[in-house]
Design a protein around this ligand. Structure first.
Ligand code: SAH
Ligand code: SF4
Ligand code: F3S
Length: 468
């Protein structure tokens, strides 16, 4: 048994990060024979991509994917810790699984992802959820086959969570959700320690993946017919800062661009590390999409300071204006309301910033205290009703700009990567260069292609169009 420890997780050692390759011992390759698995994924794209790796690992063990958790022999929850409601969703699902497990004793249930890195969660699992068969963390996904084998053989609860990151593991198999766009990790962890955020504890220190590994993966994707890559990291602008040679996101974007992949996106950008050089690279290469996710969190410099974000409102706006010089660029953001000590004036400053930036998209949240983070220790006097009111007001304002920005596209031609049939009958859907969802009538044969679509109608969260 290996349990997580926050004091360890918080440390940032100077130890060199090594690389190792995933290798599966032959003996356990059939533990999943004739069995089905189901993975429920919560949280960000990083977690979704981890699930793509986990699925492929389970399939190497002989498991096949179940279409519903009710038909599965193995159920795995890949969890997220970012806010209380992510926790609640996972615990709610565990409640349902407990009943299922009472009826079907041979059902195997596992938990992984960011919640597995939390001391309190593991404590609860050991005391109140003894029926969960196994737990592993974000740093030892590659150990899943062995942990699973132990759980099956020992019939005891197996918990193996590393508090700290170890090597970067290359060569994990992957079962991608899409045949046309692919997530590619470029870095792991985060060293920013924004005061409200749990990620630096659950994902460990910042480690960049070697450029050769990234490029090899993308060249392979191009050969397989992929049209789009999404370069992933909690703070991609800091890519390469941990290398002992000079190679950063600017260099990587140029090199990825030269692989001839049709579309490149990257996320998430922290304003702190966004350089002028990056803006130039984005302008220079047409396959780097003009769509930037640039979380602001708050429009009040006082609150930004308390959040440990390392920029003021003015600095954010300066950067925003520079980014806006990229032709046709769309900028999206994340905003937290109700951070401890946020006054009406601070909140008004956030609204002012939104009115200035007129974001193309924004994810808005109420501050959720996370155990172990500095912000959770701040006295929080704002009543929940006030926080909810602020969130509602903010949502109304951001939504107004989503619609306004979309309306500007009506009558124009946009390039779309057609992804699948839309939920709307008879229609297809895909995303524009600027990452806007568009539904349009078209033949299924168009799926997987990039084509021009004329925008016919604008809605708040999507566009309608017709092929040209
Ligand atoms: N690495 C990204 C963000 C990752 S988390 C960045 O720095 O921009 C995604 C978003 O969740 C954050 O941008 C923030 O808006 C929100 N978030 C993170 N921790 C939160 C908390 N404790 N309460 C509420 N929202 C939070
Ligand atoms: Fe969290 Fe800040 Fe790191 Fe983003 S940059 S993951 S908000 S600590
Ligand atoms: Fe959640 Fe972990 Fe991602 S906390 S947002 S799944 S890095």
């Amino acid at each position: 048994m290996l349990l997580p420890n926050y004091n360890e997780a918080r440390k940032r050692s100077k130890e060199e990060v090594k690389k190792e390759y995933y290798h599966l011992e032959g003996t356990i390759k059939n533990i999943g024979k004739e069995k089905k698995y189901y993975i429920k994924t919560y949280g960000c794209q990083m977690n979704e991509h981890d699930s793509e790796n986990i699925k492929a690992m389970l399939e190497e063990l002989g498991f096949r994917e179940a279409d519903n958790y009710l038909n599965a022999d193995l159920i795995l929850l890949n969890t997220c810790s970012i806010r209380e409601n992510a926790h609640n969703k996972a615990f709610g699902m565990l409640g349902r699984l407990k009943h299922l497990k009472e009826k079907n004793k041979s059902l195997i249930v596992g938990l992984c992802g960011c919640m597995a890195q939390e001391e309190k969660v593991i404590d609860d699992i050991m005391k109140k959820y003894k029926w969960i068969n196994f737990v592993f963390g974000t740093h030892n996904i590659h150990r899943l086959p062995y942990i699973l084998e132990d759980a099956i053989n020992s019939k005891k609860q197996e918990i193996e969570v590393y508090s700290k990151e170890k090597n970067i593991v290359e060569g994990l198999p992957v079962k991608r959700a899409s045949k046309y766009k692919a997530y590619v990790n470029i870095m792991y962890g985060c060293d920013k320690f924004c005061t409200y955020c749990i990620v630096p504890y659950t994902r460990g220190k910042q480690r960049s993946r070697e450029k050769d590994e990234i490029l090899k993966e993308i060249v392979e994707l191009v050969k397989e017919g992929y049209q789009e890559v999404i370069l992933l990291g909690q703070n991609v602008n800091a890519y390469g800062k941990d290398f002992d040679y000079h190679y950063n996101l600017e260099n990587l974007l140029e090199d990825v661009s030269k692989t001839k992949i049709k579309r490149i996106r990257f996320m998430t950008s922290h304003p702190w590390d966004f350089t002028d050089g990056m803006i130039e690279v984005i302008k220079k290469y047409p396959n780097i999409m003009p769509s930037i996710h640039l979380p602001v969190q708050s429009g009040s410099s006082k609150i930004l300071k308390l959040m440990g974000r390392r920029y003021s409102k003015e600095e954010y706006i300066t950067l925003f204006n520079k980014i806006k010089t990229i032709p046709n660029v769309a900028v999206s953001t994340d905003i937290i309301v109700g951070f401890p000590n946020e006054t009406e004036e601070d909140f008004t400053e956030t609204l002012d910033l939104v009115n200035y930036c007129k974001f193309d998209n924004a994810y808005t949240f109420i501050f959720s205290p996370r155990i172990g983070t500095p912000a959770a220790k701040l006295e929080d006097k704002i009543p929940i009703e006030t926080k909810e009111k602020r969130l509602n007001i903010l949502n109304e304002v951001v939504n107004k700009y989503f619609l306004e920005n979309n309306q500007k596209l009506v009558g124009k031609k946009v390039k779309v990567l057609v992804e699948k049939e839309s939920e709307k009958p008879g229609m297809l859907c895909g995303y524009t260069d600027t990452n806007k969802l568009i539904n349009f009538i078209g033949d299924k044969k168009l799926i997987g292609k990039i084509l021009d679509v004329e925008v016919t109608e604008a809605k708040t969260w999507s566009l309608d169009g017709k092929t040209c």
